[in-house]
Design a protein around this ligand. Structure first.
Ligand code: IPE
Ligand code: IPE
Ligand code: MG
Length: 239
């Protein structure tokens, strides 16, 4: 790939939506109120994606590590997710966005899984824009799941071990057809990736902001895109 100024609109933006709990606690409110307010930020970001022509938006909504949180918070997040899917489905149709999910989806409560599968199926025919929810997602879990599937194919004689290369690994990830993220955004001031898309972001541009996710709306998203556009991507090459 030749070096290129990142002047174009990113094809794929991935966001670690962090800081909901702190946003609420700072106001003396229960953490779940932050999660509810955070759901509004998703709509704001989706609007900008449509306007500027971003093809794929991946949102880290629940990590495979988040199951260790107090049971009430996990339950509240799961019911919020189910409600979100039901109430915002119309928005996906209006914007002709295909919903997808990546992660260990079998870990999700049955009712959430059913709602998710329903909306995924209902929006499957939209081709131009995609919203990908990372749910019970972990980057290492994804790579381990890919390795297991590759090992099975080798055992069944369908794959030569010598043929395993980067392309084969990538083909066994959860959503192999998606382009790698060009830009990864993390809100809330934490400077870490927390096990997000480890394979796919090896050459992504990173953007960290102290803004908490419920406050991350159009203006903040546009600022992140402007930062991306000012960068020079070299992919190992010079200049
Ligand atoms: C991000 O907000 C949402 C999820 C991880 C589900 P947090 O809940 O992590 O909020 P903070 O980081 O505790 O403020
Ligand atoms: C990352 O946020 C996961 C999601 C945004 C879903 P966390 O709040 O779980 O990350 P850590 O624990 O601070 O690294
Ligand atoms: Mg957090």
């Amino acid at each position: 790939m030749s070096p290129a100024r990142a002047s174009r609109v990113p094809r794929h933006v991935a966001i670690i939506m962090d800081g909901n709990g702190r946003w609420a606690r700072q106001r003396g409110w229960p953490r779940i109120r932050g999660h509810r307010e955070g759901a509004e930020s998703i709509s704001a970001v989706l609007r900008v994606c449509e306007e500027v022509g971003i093809e794929v938006l991946t949102l880290y909504a629940f990590s495979v590590e988040n199951w260790v949180r107090p049971r009430e918070e996990v339950q509240a997040l799961m019911s919020l997710l189910r409600r979100y899917l039901r109430q915002r489905e119309h928005e996906l149709h209006k914007r002709r966005v295909r919903l997808r999910a990546i992660g260990r989806l079998n870990d999700l409560p049955r009712t959430v899984r059913a709602e998710l599968d329903r909306v995924v199926a209902a929006t499957e025919h939209y081709g131009e824009r995609q919203l990908v929810l990372a749910l019970s997602y972990g980057g290492r879990a994804e790579i381990a799941d890919a390795a297991r599937r590759i090992a099975r194919e080798v055992r069944e004689g369908r794959l030569d071990p010598e043929a395993v290369n980067e392309r084969v690994v990538a083909q066994h990830l959860y959503a192999p057809d998606l382009p790698d993220p060009d830009l990864v955004i993390r809100t809330s001031g934490e400077l870490r990736l927390s096990n997000f898309l480890l394979w796919q972001i090896s050459y992504a541009e990173l953007y960290f902001t102290p803004v908490m996710w419920p406050d991350f709306r159009e203006a903040e998203f546009r600022a992140a895109l402007a930062s991306y556009q000012g960068r020079r991507r070299r992919f190992g090459d010079i200049e």
